[in-house]
Design a protein around this ligand. Structure first.
Ligand code: PHE
Length: 343
């Protein structure tokens, strides 16, 4: 067998080695280049040749030697790469088979749940639900509600004015009454839930952004008695409990007479705690009989119609119902808190 035949056979043998036979490559190398390898033997036998032959045979044997070495290395690299590729293919995750996270159902925020509960309660009492804008002008938020220009609520300390002082973020849902009355003639029976803003520092019971539900009933025979009955019925319905209500005389420009409504503290059952500031009662609503000046602002006949209005704090009612002692929990979006309200 001449050198080039040996080279051909070696090359073929190297080509045939598969990934599962990687260690065979070393054996093959030994067969040709080892101590007793075919090429080694040729090199060892050079002494029997003439100087000219030595040069020729020696050179081609050395060339084949380095070719085989190179071929073995190349094949090794190729096989190692193939092995890696095979492994990657096998271990590749099929995304269609994997759920990255267990499926979790979303849920309404507790404040939204309370607004829905309040709405349901009032719907059963014959009220409809309306919405008003969060950005109001001075007329809707103050003027039409009989709040004079000099009133402290208009102070920038309490009201977030928008650029130019023409518009503002509504400080209560009462402008909702005005929007409804401008669109509708009596009888009116509506609630207006929504977000309101006040420029004040936040603590366990105050927040600069919170929610109210406004209520308005206008007709020919609406009395303070109707107001008390409506609110008592609502509280019974909302808490599913007999809780006492306390009507304290109060003052609002847009109602006369006016009253503040306290509900017995559901958290401490009237004993006194942090939520009720140790009084046993929680102030949850303002209410009263619609002031004639408000009717005048919306062109309602104040000789013919009377009405009651109320505004309740959604956060306060939610805190009372579920025994929550810090209003800030509603806005921190801590899932440990929110998950307790998922339904
Ligand atoms: N708008 C009043 C407030 O924000 C609440 C209120 C509404 C009082 C309707 C009387 C009638 O405090």
């Amino acid at each position: 067998m001449n050198i080039s035949e040996i080279e051909q056979i070696a090359k073929l043998a190297i080509e045939k080695i598969k990934t599962s036979q990687l260690c065979e490559l070393e054996n093959l190398k030994t067969q040709y280049l080892g101590k007793n390898g075919k090429i080694t033997q040729i090199l060892k036998s050079l002494s029997q040749y003439s100087v000219e032959e030595k040069k020729l045979i020696g050179a081609s044997a050395n060339k084949v030697k380095s070719t085989i070495e190179k071929e073995v290395e190349n094949r090794k690299d190729f096989l190692n790469e193939a092995i890696l590729e095979e492994k990657l293919q096998k271990e590749k995750a099929d995304p269609s088979q994997v759920f990255a996270f267990p499926f979790q159902k979303g849920s309404f925020h507790p404040i939204m749940q309370t607004i829905q509960d309040i709405s349901t309660s009032f719907k059963t009492l014959g009220f409809s639900v309306a919405e008003g804008p969060e950005i109001e002008d001075d007329w809707h938020n103050f003027e039409a509600l009989n709040i004079p220009e000099s009133h402290p609520a208009r102070d920038t300390q309490d009201t977030f004015y928008l650029e130019g002082f023409k518009n503002l973020l509504r400080t209560h849902t009462s402008p909702g009454q005005i929007h409804v009355m401008k669109k509708q003639t009596p009888p009116v029976k509506v609630i207006v839930p929504g977000r309101v803003y006040r420029n004040e520092a936040s603590d366990a019971s105050h927040s600069s952004t919170f929610h109210q539900v406004e209520g308005l009933s206008v007709g020919e025979n609406i009395t303070f008695k109707s107001l008390k009955e409506t609110l008592a019925e609502f509280v019974r319905n909302f808490f599913n409990l007999e809780l006492d209500l306390r009507f304290r005389p109060s003052y609002f420009q847009f109602t006369e007479p006016s009253s503040e409504v306290d509900i017995q503290c559901f958290f401490c059952k009237g004993k006194g705690c942090r939520i009720c500031k140790n009084s046993g009662w929680i102030e949850t609503m303002g209410c009263g009989m619609v002031h004639p000046n408000v009717f005048k602002a919306v062109n309602y006949d104040c000789e013919k119609y009377t009405g009651f209005a109320f505004g309740m704090g959604v956060e306060r009612l939610t805190m009372l119902k579920y025994g929550i002692d810090d209003i800030r929990l509603f806005y921190e979006n801590d899932l440990r808190f929110l998950k307790q309200f998922s339904v």
